[in-house]
Ligand binder design. Structure first.
Ligand code: ARG
Length: 411
């Protein structure tokens, strides 16, 4: 049986490192790398960024059944601390999406590259299609870390379809029982869960309740309110309700609490890097709560000008994160600014979670740009009379324009 194309590129060395999730696309890469691409050894790497333990175990079992040299890398804490929380400091958002899948790709590829270096391998394979963003993100990171590596993307290179893949897997004895029953294409990590595939990409298709696993619907969410205090130190969340937690634990806890309250369902139209407009469904409970809390603390602490300018920086940071340009110097430059602003971002934000809504009900910080004395209605510290001249000259140029219009007519 031959794939729908062309000759395969020459193998680079004897070993190939496969970025392996255990799903259908990456599983069929194993026999392909051996039989069609000419590699003697396939090394599979599964990176744990907070996907279900069952997926990680299943990937390891399949790898064992297909006799690859398999690595499972637990990157949860590093992912939460250096990727999710970097996104949080930048109020990371792309078209309403907290970029959960986007920010996981660089760390997954970086871990695969580390293993390639350890194994002395110069070739990689991945299961990305030619339509999505992940091919850009993964290959960019691999080439950043090993510039002269060879990268194989069989699904894209051979224009493979799901039907062809299933048939091929059955011929080659690739275990795919779970894949056969899966209707949706799911990608999960600590920062969120993405559900794609089937009719979900149609802009006007109402997502069925069954696609959601982390969040209750607002109707099914409990009727009692949950009050939550998130504590930040220099822009990083460190505790919930006074209890200190590691970054990954904090995010996992919040995913559970916010999900119970029906928070974090996101349904957007997304412009992919190639220009395709696709409808996307996400569940990002912890990210939704933390982004709201972080924004509320910034609003208390940063100056008006810092807030306005940081929006531009955050937008550019988010574009780069969406595209996976994790090691670009501009991203580091932007982060120098972002991190400087976060130095004063220490304080607490109180929120109420209830039936799909998260509402900020209070915030405090030793760096708050707020003076009760100045803002209060009862103060004499702020001498109101001093505003008179300021108010009188406010909008001077627009008044001058109006008098010119009166003289010459409208232009
Ligand atoms: N469109 C999103 C992104 O590019 C998520 C893709 C997730 N993939 C999936 N198979 N569910 O970041």
């Amino acid at each position: 049986m031959s794939a729908n194309t062309s000759s395969s590129p020459k193998p680079k060395g004897k070993k190939v490192v496969l970025v392996y999730s255990g799903g259908l696309d990456t599983s069929i890469c194993i026999p392909m790398m051996r039989e069609d691409y000419g590699y003697e050894e396939v090394i599979t790497v599964t990176v744990d960024v907070g996907q279900p333990q069952a997926d990680i175990d299943q990937a390891a079992e399949k790898a064992a059944a297909m006799k690859t040299k398999h690595y499972t890398v637990d990157a949860k804490e590093e992912f939460a601390r250096d990727y999710c929380f970097s996104a949080l400091k930048a109020n990371g958002d792309y078209q309403g999406y907290p970029m959960s899948t986007s920010i996981a790709r660089p760390i997954i590829a970086a871990k695969a590259a580390e293993i390639a270096i350890r194994e002395g391998a110069k070739a990689f394979a991945h299961g990305c299609t030619g339509k999505g963003n992940d091919q850009f993100r993964i290959e960019y990171t691999l080439r950043s870390m090993i510039p002269d590596c060879e990268i194989h993307a069989p699904i894209r290179e051979r224009n493979l379809t799901r039907t062809w893949e299933i048939e091929y897997a059955q011929k080659k004895g690739v275990p795919i029982q779970q894949s056969l029953t899966k209707i949706w294409s799911i990608d999960e990590n600590l920062w969120g869960r993405s559900i794609e595939g089937g009719r979900l990409e149609e802009p006007n298709f109402a997502p069925p309740e069954e696609i959601f696993q982390w969040t209750k619907s607002s109707e099914a969410a409990k009727s009692e309110k949950t009050t939550l205090i998130v504590s930040f130190v220099e822009g990083l969340p460190v505790a919930i309700n006074g209890e200190k937690m590691s970054p990954a634990k904090l995010v996992m806890n919040l995913n559970a609490i916010a999900g119970e309250n029906g928070i974090g369902r996101i349904d957007v139209m997304e412009d992919r890097m190639l220009g395709l407009k696709v409808r996307e469904n996400y569940e990002c409970p912890a990210a939704t709560v933390l982004l709201k809390a972080h924004g509320a603390l910034e609003a208390l602490v940063l100056t008006r000008d810092e807030l306005r300018f940081k929006k531009l920086i955050d937008l550019e940071w988010s574009r780069m994160a969406y595209e996976g340009l994790w090691f670009d110097p501009l991203k580091a430059d932007l982060e120098a600014f972002i991190n400087k602003t976060q130095e004063r971002l220490t304080g607490d934000v109180r929120m109420v979670l209830h039936k799909g809504a998260v509402t900020v009900t209070g915030r405090e910080s030793q760096w708050a740009l707020y003076s009760e004395d100045l803002a209060s209605f009862d103060t004499t510290t702020f001498d109101q009379r001093e505003s008179t001249g300021w108010v009188k000259n406010f909008g001077l140029q627009s008044r001058m324009y109006q008098s010119l219009v009166a003289k010459h007519g409208k232009k």
